[in-house]
Every structure is written in C-alpha cells, then in structure tokens.
Design a protein around this ligand. Structure first.
Ligand SMILES: O=C(O)CCC(=O)C(=O)O
Ligand SMILES: [Fe+2]
Length: 391
C-alpha cells in the first residue's frame, strides 16, 4: 500500500523545483567562490564561507529557495515542530568522487540531522558522466540528476543511499540538512558573521580570499589552485603587470600572489586593468561565462558610449608563478584538454561583463545592507523583498 511504503521510506522527488536561471546563478557563485571540499575530488561553497570572504551579499540568491525547501520538507513530512537549517552548501563532485551506502545522520557529530534536501543544479550525461543516486530500498530506487530536480528524504536509516562514482565533468548540487535542534541553527552562525559586513559599508562588495590552502587541490604529490584552474578553463590566466612582478619577494609563497593585485591575460595579451585579487578577477570571468549570450547581444550598443580599456602585449615577467598542474586540473574538472579550450567570450565581452558584474554585486550589496538589520532583529535569515521593508 502506498501509505505504508511512504512511511517505511519517507522521501519525495520533485521535478523542475529550481528554475534554470537560478541553477546557473548558483553555478556562477560556486565557480567563483568555491574551495576544495571535505572529501577527495569535491569542491564546496558554504554560506559561512561566503560571509567570511566578504561575499555575504551572494547569500541572497539562495534565500528564497532555502525558505521554499524548508516549507516543502515541513509539509511533506508533516512536521509538527519547527525546523532549522543546519547546513546549506553548493557541492560539486568531480572525476573519482563517490559515496557508498550511508544514512546522513550516521556519525556521532551528524546525529542532529533530521532531513536532507538535494537540489540538482546540472544534469547527468549533459554535464557529467556517472554520479547516479540510489536508495537501497523502496521507490524511487535510482535518480539520474537533472537540473532543477530536488529529492528530499529523512536523514535516518529508512533512507540508506549511495552515489556512483563520477566518471567525467563536475556534478553540482545545492545540499541542505534540516534539524529540530536549535543549537545547530545555521542562521545563528551566520548572524554572528554579518554585522562585520555593515562596518565595511554598502559598497564593499570586493571579495577577500580565504587562506590559499583552502583553494589548493592536491593529488599524488601534485596539485593546482582551483582559482587558477577555473580562469584557465575559460581561456584566461592571472598575471602581474611587468613593473610589479620584479618587486615580488622571491622567498614568498607564490600562492600569496593570488591575494594581491593582478591582471587577466589571454594568449600573448593582457588587459590593462588591475583586479584587487584573484577572487575578484575570477568572479568577473565567471560572470562573463554566466552572461555570455547576453553580453554578445548587448555589446554593439555599449561600445558607442563607453571608453575602452587597452590590451597590452604580454612580457615574460608578467607570468604568474603559482605551480599549478593544469593537466591534472583539466582531468579533475572536466574532459577539456589545454589544446581545445573553447573561448566563450572576447576581451570586449569581458570589459562589458566587468561593468555588469559591478552593477550585479552593488545591487546585491545594497539589498544586503537593508536586510541585515531586519535579520538581526528577527534572529532569522528568511527572505524579504528589500523594497517591502520601507526603510
Ligand atoms: O549528491 C547527492 O546526490 C547525495 C550526496 C550525499 O549522499 C551526501 O552528501 O550525503
Ligand atoms: Fe547522503
């Protein structure tokens, strides 16, 4: 009987729960802010990490979905108690990542987890190979991730599950766990980090990188910085302007160069614009990738009015010296080799994209400044349209 089956394995699968546009926006956030994750071949972007790297404004796009998931879980499982979000994170699994049979509350430090929600942000076969999800018993028994679909289930032994090894590409999810225990409320943690943001002022939307070890992916004595790998994947690289590079202290850790001012290069050219650090440049490049088709149609109109930035010839001094194994990066992040990277956009698109990135970030940042005092007084991070707050 259906009712018995549902109570034996309380779970639900929803198709088309997350819009394509939001899937792409969250992918942009992950590819421009993510760090190396807690398991091999995994990258993650958590909300506290965004707050800690001066990107708290990038929490806003998560919130309406986060609220909707909480309501859906409470309703689907008939919760007569309040739920708290314990964890919200973008998680990507690359070649070689998998997880065997488990329940999500199966460690002493995970006992507080009552429910899970996994939102698939990209699709099996199209974006990655392998990575199918299976429940040990009950229906549905297997899920081929498709962008926009969401599976929710109880975190206990009624929903033992596993994920097949990812064979190629990057499998991206937004994963949330919910708890009845207010001591594990993620909002409370975030609330402690947000007031710092108010001190920086509403126009402070430039990212601060975390420690360079958080971006270092290592495997078998080799490795790469995920920020370098991700700009490289879109055809660019970080470089310094010639005059600056001669001043670098050769004894310093090359990864620390990624914390300071740098430029973007492509082939033998360098754009004459300094970004405050690698995360800033990476965000602009990833933003252009996200908005590539919009930028391609908008640029004719734009160039009649805008002043162009110049493109310089690269010199040997401008190479950055972070020792990345790009072959390993290409293997881990997707089957694109160094020789056949497709360039999705031109310098012109990048210049226009940089202006659009500033508009996007400053709007989010302004909204965040309106919302923080409201959140602090309510002690919860639920989504409200800033225009309705009448401040
Ligand atoms: O990404 C998925 O499909 C599920 C991942 C999982 O089981 C976990 O993170 O515990
Ligand atoms: Fe799991």
């Amino acid at each position: 009987m259906a009712a018995t089956a549902a109570s034996k394995h309380p779970r639900r699968l929803f198709h088309g729960f997350v819009s394509d546009e939001l899937c792409k926006e969250l992918e942009f956030i992950h590819r421009s802010c993510g760090t190396v994750g807690y398991r091999p071949s995994v990258f993650s972007t958590t909300l506290p990490h965004l707050a800690a790297t001066n990107c708290a404004h990038l929490i806003l796009p998560f919130l309406p979905l986060r609220d909707r998931l909480k309501d859906t879980v409470e309703e689907a499982f008939g919760c007569e108690f309040e739920l708290f979000v314990e964890f919200t994170g973008l998680i990507s699994w690359c070649k070689g990542a998998s997880i065997g049979w488990h329940s999500d509350d199966n460690k002493p430090y995970l006992r507080q987890r009552d429910f899970a929600a996994v939102c698939y942000l990209n699709s099996h076969k199209k974006d990655f190979k392998g990575g199918l999800f299976h429940f040990k018993d009950g229906e549905p028994s297997s899920i081929a991730p498709a962008a926009g679909d969401v599976v929710i289930y109880t975190a206990d032994e009624r929903n033992i599950h596993c994920v097949d090894e990812v064979m190629d590409g990057e499998r991206l999810t937004l994963t949330l766990w919910f708890t009845r225990d207010s001591a594990h409320d993620e909002d409370a943690k975030l609330m402690n980090l947000l007031p710092q943001r108010l001190q920086h002022g509403p126009n402070s939307f430039l990212p601060f990188p975390a420690s360079s070890s958080m971006y270092w992916f290592s495997q078998d004595e080799s490795g790469f910085d995920v920020r370098c790998a991700r700009v490289r994947r879109l055809g660019y690289d970080f470089c310094s302007l010639e005059d600056n590079s001669s001043e670098h202290d050769s004894s310093c850790d090359p990864s620390e160069l990624l914390d300071g001012r740098l430029c973007l290069g492509r082939g033998d050219e360098v754009l004459d614009k300094e970004f405050v650090n690698s995360l800033h440049a990476l965000q602009v490049v990833q933003f252009c990738y996200w908005k590539a088709s919009e930028l391609a149609t908008a640029k004719e109109v734009h160039y009649e009015r805008s002043a162009r930035l110049s493109i310089l010839k690269r010199t040997s001094n401008s190479e950055n010296s972070v020792p990345c194994n790009y072959r390993l990066a290409a293997e881990v992040l997707g089957g694109i080799s160094d020789d056949d990277i497709e360039l999705p956009f031109s310098w012109d698109d990048l210049i226009l994209g940089n202006a659009r990135w500033e508009e996007y970030m400053s709007k989010l940042s302004e909204n965040l400044s309106i919302l923080i005092p409201h959140w602090l007084s309510n002690q919860t991070l639920s989504f409200v349209n800033p225009a309705d707050l009448n401040i």
